[in-house]
Structures are given as C-alpha cells and as structure tokens.
Design a protein. Structure first.
Length: 459
C-alpha cells in the first residue's frame, strides 16, 4: 500500500450526490484515494470527525488591485484572506489595478506577481474595453479565464465601460475565441443620468444612492446583453445579479437555449438597504444592496437553484476612500470587502433554510470549475483531482473581528457578523494553507491556473 502525504480522516465529505463519511488520501497534491478506513501509512493525519469537507471554494470574482494599487489589497494579503475563508482558487478581475489586464503584457505582469505572492491558486480575467479589440485573441491564447466588461461606469479611470458597438464587436470575437464574457450589468445612461440629477439637487443620502441605481437599470442592461448574445453567439456570465426581475429574464434566455450563467454575492443575501442607511459607506456597492423584500426574493431564488454560482466581488479600498468625513456616500468607493466570508455565508443560509450541502459545493466549486474550463483539475472531491479542500465545523460559531479578518484593510460590512460555522482548515493542492485560525503565510503555494484550451473557431 502506498505511503500518502496526508489523510483527512472520518470527515463528512461533500460529494455531488450528497454527504459520505470517507477518508481522503492525498499524495503529490492530488486526491489519491477516497475510501472508508484507509490504512495507508501517511506523513500526516488530519482528524476531521464530525466535520464537513467541502471542495476548496472557487471564487470567480475578486479585485486584488495589484499591480498599481496594492495599497488597496494585493496578492499577499488577499490570498491569505481567501485561504482563511476556505477558498483555494480565486479569479482576479482585470480592473482596479494599474495597468488594467487588457493586454498580454499586463496579463503576464500580473501572473508573475501572483505566482510570487499568492498563497492559493488563482486565475486571471482579461478586460474588454474600448480600444483593445486587437488584444483579445492574445489574451485568450495566453490563458485568461474569460473576459469582463462593464456596461456602467467602473469607478476608476483606468478601465472604461463599453459602448454598445465595442460590446458587439467584442462579443463576436469572444464567441470565436471560445470564451465567456462576464458583464457588470447596469445601464450607464440611467445610472449616470440619475446620479447627475441627485448631484444637482445636492441629495446624497442612502435612499438617494439607491434611487440612482434602480432595478430597472439592471434589468435593461441584462436584457440588452441577452439580445446581443443572441446576435453574436457569445456566452455570457452575469456577475452580481441583485434583483429577481433580472434573474427572471436570465432564466427565460437560458430556457431558450442561450449559453448564459449567473452569479450573486453573499452581501445581497445576508444584508439589505437598511444596512446602507445605518452603516453608510461600508455597505456601499453597485448594484446597491436592495430593500428587504428583494433580499428575501433572492434567497428564495437561491433555494430554488436559480443561481449557478456565488462569488464574493471582494472590492476593498483604503479607509480614506470610504471615510464619511471626507466623502459623501456618492463620492465614497463602492465595493464590499468580504472575500473571506463567501463559503461561510452560504453555509449560514444552507443551515437556516435546509439547503443541502451539495448545493453549496455546486455553487462555490463545481459550477465555477465547469463553466470556466477548470473541471479537469478542480471543483469536486474525486480521485485524480487537485487536493483542494475547505474543512468546516458546525459545532462552533465565528464572529468577524478585525483580528480574524485577513484582508489588508479591516473595515467591512461583515465586522460583527456571526456565522454558525468555522473554517478549521484549508488545503490547496495538498498544502495546508490555513489551520485553526492560523494562515500559513510565508510560502506562496499558489499557481496561476489556466483553463483547458478551447478550440478557436475560425470563419
Ligand atoms: N471597480 C469595482 O471594483 N467595482 C465593484 N464594486 C462594486 O460595488 N461593484 C463593482 O462592480
Ligand atoms: Zn461589478
Ligand atoms: Zn467586481
């Protein structure tokens, strides 16, 4: 019998078909064997009795802002935070760093930094912006996980939103390149115009902010993108969908056979507009947190399996940019800092609403891996796959404090929130990167992970 590097013993393993009490034998970074009462010799044994072993989370949506704005987050702190949250692969967005990831050169620069500094694995998005249509093919061939574009203003000048013609041209090319286009979908015309009205009136309260980004702005942008997908054949992924109505038209498009997936984020499920009213800028994001009735609708849609995946949209900034003494709610940076809490948030909802844990694993690992071309290696606990795990106990709770939140900046909407579970360990390709409250921060175990090569369709 072969000697193993690690055996995780007696855990409740979250498999696609449900929970099974199994031992997991790990060798050379891979899941070598799954079975009951493994008797192999092993360097290390991890007793996971009464704990749950989830596939390592794949978070398809974070902003680490490096290079150029690593004072906002960065690969080092960002990846430690993800490890503490049970995430073993994150996809870094092409914006908030300088330069944006809109050329092959910028992609390689970012990949090198990630390889030097990241504690867990990562993939990189490329951007679609006005003027980089000539860069898309090189980005695709060099291994971006997909492309991202904004239909409304991004909040930083280094990444322009797309006009409709850029979008159509980009979508046609991205379809040929066999990639997916992720879209931040809010109408630029509506949000810009409504914001200007409020600025003219000098109205900057939480309610005013919400009024500048109505559900209609999301619905209009989603609907338009769906029409464009139909014309161009471009696969779409709708990021951070915040309304039932937008989700409804996405469902209809999927039912017509369009190649579309959709995510939401835990902040739209755990919080609502009242948090913006009470707590101000830490709760500012776009699309905004909705009213409580919409939050409830979204939770029900999650329970009904209408979302394909859950991502954090971790979009942090230095405190000054959210300081209410310096910036009003309209000027403050929009983004929620909470990349550590996605898996725990969904487990909280699962416990509360009796959602099976295999659904949690599907939303946080399997579907992201399948959608973006990583399922040969990641996304499921299965022999031969990467040994990526989040080990979770339900017999303790976790209250977020500045001390146990590993992001670079500690202000967060999640401070003070109590989850009914604790991540007791995170394992990335067989390496223990987080164990009982301690991040193994000194070794950058993480690698840039590229999707399997998709065939490029020529015409
Ligand atoms: N640029 C950026 O990170 N924007 C993100 N923040 C947010 O709240 N929504 C976003 O799209
Ligand atoms: Zn966005
Ligand atoms: Zn984002």
């Amino acid at each position: 019998m072969e000697k193993l590097d690690l055996i995780i013993k007696n855990g409740n393993v979250v498999l696609p078909a449900g929970l099974e009490q199994l031992d997991i034998g790990i060798k050379d970074g891979l899941i070598h064997i799954l079975g009951k009462n493994l008797l192999n010799e092993s360097e290390k044994i991890w007793d996971a009795t009464n704990q749950y072993i989830f596939p390592g989370m794949i978070d398809v949506h974070v902003h680490f802002s490096e290079p150029g704005r690593e004072h906002w987050e960065g690969f080092h702190t960002g990846s430690q935070m993800m490890a503490a949250g049970g995430c073993t692969t994150y996809f870094d967005m092409p914006l908030n760093g300088i330069p944006s990831t809109v050329t092959e050169e910028a992609l390689f620069k970012k990949a090198n930094l990630g390889n030097e500094k990241s504690l867990v694995d990562f993939s990189l998005w490329g951007g679609l912006v006005p003027g980089n249509e000539g860069d898309l093919e090189a980005l695709a061939k060099s291994g971006v996980i997909g492309f991202k574009a904004f239909l409304s203003a991004t909040g930083n000048q280094e990444f322009e939103s797309v006009d409709d013609i850029t979008l159509l041209n980009g979508m046609k090319q991205i379809a040929k390149l066999g990639k997916v286009l992720a879209l931040h979908s809010e109408s630029a015309a509506m949000t810009d115009w409504l914001k200007e009205q409020k600025e003219k009136e000098g109205k900057f309260t939480a309610d005013d902010y919400l009024e500048t980004r109505p559900i209609m702005a999301e619905v209009e942008a989603v609907q338009r993108a769906i029409y464009y997908s139909e014309i161009t054949g471009c696969p779409l992924h709708f990021v951070h969908i915040s309304s039932a109505e937008a989700l409804e038209i996405i469902q209809q498009a999927k039912a017509r056979g369009l190649n579309i997936t959709v995510e939401t984020c835990p902040h739209y499920l755990l919080f609502n507009h009242q948090d913006l009213r009470e707590r101000g800028t830490v709760a500012k994001c776009a699309p905004p947190l909705r009213e409580k009735d919409e939050q409830e609708k979204l939770i029900n849609l999650l329970i009904d399996q209408k979302f394909d995946m859950i991502s954090s949209d971790h979009s942090p900034c230095p405190y000054e940019l959210k300081d209410p003494k310096v910036h009003n709610l309209f000027q403050a940076w929009g983004g929620i800092s909470g990349g550590q809490f996605t898996l725990m948030s969904i487990i909280e909802l699962a416990v509360k609403h009796e959602i099976p844990f295999e659904s949690v694993a599907k939303w946080t690992a399997q579907n992201p891996a399948e959608r973006f071309g990583l399922s040969d290696r990641k996304g499921q606990i299965k022999e031969g796959k990467d040994a990526d795990f989040a080990i979770v106990t339900l017999s303790k709770s976790f209250t977020v404090t500045e001390d146990n939140f590993y992001a670079k900046h500690k202000e967060s909407l999640y401070l003070g929130h109590t989850f009914p579970c604790v991540i007791t360990g995170t394992i990335n390709r067989g390496n223990v990167v987080y164990e009982n409250g301690r991040v193994m921060g000194s070794t950058p175990y993480g690698c840039w992970v590229k999707p399997v090569v998709t065939e490029i369709v020529s015409n």
